[in-house]
Design a protein around this ligand. Structure first.
Ligand code: SF4
Length: 99
């Protein structure tokens, strides 16, 4: 999946170096972008779960609000939820502000 991105960004900025280690590099994109196929989604997530750059990929996709596909083992809905949780976690609590 990420193989195409690797070919299009030359020279590769260092913040994208993690893509070289992506397990999906030589996997058919359809597996990661077939939203109508639960079996494909599960297969993609299984590949992500074995990926050495899972958390880098997830952090990127959540921060970039990638609207489609499985990234970092998460679906678009799961990434949206993660974004919401991250926002909640990074906000000072009302109790802390009152003190
Ligand atoms: S976590 Fe999944 S989508 Fe991300 S680079 Fe690895 S295999 Fe690809």
């Amino acid at each position: 999946m990420l193989d195409e991105l690797n070919r299009t960004s030359d020279p590769e900025p260092s913040e994208w170096a993690w893509r070289r280690h992506a397990r999906c590099r030589h996997v058919d994109d359809d597996l990661f972008f077939d939203a109508q196929n639960p079996a494909a989604e599960q297969a993609a997530k299984a590949i992500c779960n074995e990926c050495p750059v899972l958390f880098r990929c997830r952090d990127y996709a959540v921060a970039a609000a990638e609207p489609h596909g499985i990234w970092g083992g998460l679906s678009p809905t799961e990434r949206k939820r993660q974004r919401w949780l991250d926002k909640f976690r990074n906000r000072p609590s009302e109790m802390a502000l009152a003190q």
